[in-house]
Ligand binder design. Structure first.
Ligand code: SIN
Ligand code: FE
Length: 291
């Protein structure tokens, strides 16, 4: 079962002992969630109006690329957009500082990808089954193949009304893979070059990415699995932060509104226990190299 490992961290830039670093890394790589119940991302008073539903009405996901400043999906006045961008940049900087301190053995491997702001209530949001994150799944990016890199995500619940973010957590990655791998067709020869030439993917999709996408879809399409697999509900209270390898941990977001999220990518060479990485698990189960 996915465990929740809580650490008493109270600031984004505090130095962290090597014992705590090892504890966090071992927990994450074993498919657990690291919860920082005393670490809020503080929204400033002048930013509070951004968390009123009418400012961000109809917006699902605002994204910011901290490396080049690319900012997408926001609405509102010029001033509101600038304020949101600045708040997200502050979050991106905070999570990078935290990652460098808490996960310092990863420091030279962690690549900071997009940050997102998710202002919509999840419960009852209309969406297709494939995009429905209230169904248990493991993450991957259909148009941005990771080529085996890990997806590490840091979330802060900034809900102003004390509303928790409610997740379900499911079975270990290896169980997911063993359950569905036999029914996943092998990648079609040449298909990755075609997808890339058509601009559907940003680089050729590796066999690893092919299998990860199919696992994601198989889980979400299987309603019996969603109802019956071993799982538990997990609440992340307002003003807490948590981190998790979402490519490995089977998760679903059931309800909640207003979360900030930062994605990091990490090549498997930087892991302490690479045998637990989805890439290595899938290579073992399929008996071949997948990138
Ligand atoms: C997800 O990664 O499936 C959604 C997580 C969230 O928005 O809480
Ligand atoms: Fe997800």
């Amino acid at each position: 079962m996915t465990e929740i490992v809580s650490l008493p961290i109270t600031s984004w830039d505090q130095p962290i002992s090597s014992e705590q670093q090892t504890l966090a890394i071992d927990a994450l790589e074993s498919g657990n969630v690291v919860l920082l119940p005393q670490l809020p991302f503080v929204v400033r008073d002048d930013e509070r109006p951004l968390l009123e539903s009418d400012v961000m009405q109809g917006i699902k996901n605002v994204s910011l690329s901290p490396s080049n400043g690319s900012f997408k999906g926001s609405k509102g006045s010029e001033a509101e957009q600038q304020q949101l961008q600045a708040m997200m940049m502050r979050f991106a900087t905070a999570t990078r500082t935290l990652a460098n301190n808490l996960l310092s053995p990863y420091e030279h491997g962690l690549q900071q990808a997009r940050a997102s702001f998710r202002p919509v209530e999840i419960a009852g949001r209309p969406t297709s089954w494939r995009k429905d994150d209230t169904r248990l799944h493991v993450d991957n990016f259909p148009s941005s193949p990771t080529l085996g890199k890990r997806i590490l995500r840091v979330f802060s619940n900034i809900n102003p009304n004390d509303q928790p973010r409610v997740w379900r957590l499911g079975e270990p990655f290896e169980s997911v893979a063993k359950r569905y791998l036999a029914s996943v067709p092998k990648p079609m020869w040449g298909s990755s070059a075609v997808l890339n030439a058509l601009g559907i993917t940003k680089c050729p999709r590796s066999a690893y990415d092919h299998y990860m996408l199919r696992l994601h879809d198989s889980m979400k399409a299987d309603l019996k699995y969603q109802a019956e697999v071993d799982q538990h509900e997990q609440l992340f209270p307002a003003n807490t932060t948590w981190m998790v390898f979402t490519d490995q941990v089977s998760h679903a977001a059931m309800s909640g509104q207003f979360v900030l999220e930062q994605t990091f990518l990490l090549p498997v060479e930087f892991l302490r226990h690479p045998a637990q990485a989805p890439l290595r698990v899938l290579e073992r189960l399929t008996g071949r190299g997948l990138v």
